[in-house]
Design a protein around this ligand. Structure first.
Ligand code: FES
Length: 83
């Protein structure tokens, strides 16, 4: 069976093509972006990205296709975040 590629459109207008289950960080890197990280266990929220309007914690989720197989991603920055 053919592996259907998922098109990801990044906030800098770059596109990458992922397979279901790929990790977000390597694709962000391919697009020339860096997703910030903190705990890497899903609790701090530093790695949150916006995928088709839905907030996703990149460190605990993989790339999943939707019906259109197009994911629009932007990096979220939390103005209230203080380290
Ligand atoms: S790095 Fe902390 S939630 Fe992902």
């Amino acid at each position: 069976m053919k592996d259907k590629k998922i098109k990801i459109l990044w906030s800098n207008d770059k596109e990458t093509y992922a397979s279901e289950g790929d990790d977000w960080f390597s694709h962000a890197e391919k697009a020339g972006l860096e997703i910030p990280t903190g705990c890497l266990t899903g609790s701090c929220g530093a790695c949150e990205i916006d995928v088709n309007g839905e907030t996703v914690r990149a460190c605990i989720s993989n790339i999943k296709s939707n019906k259109k197989s197009l994911l629009k991603v932007s990096l979220t920055t939390d103005p209230f975040w203080e380290s």
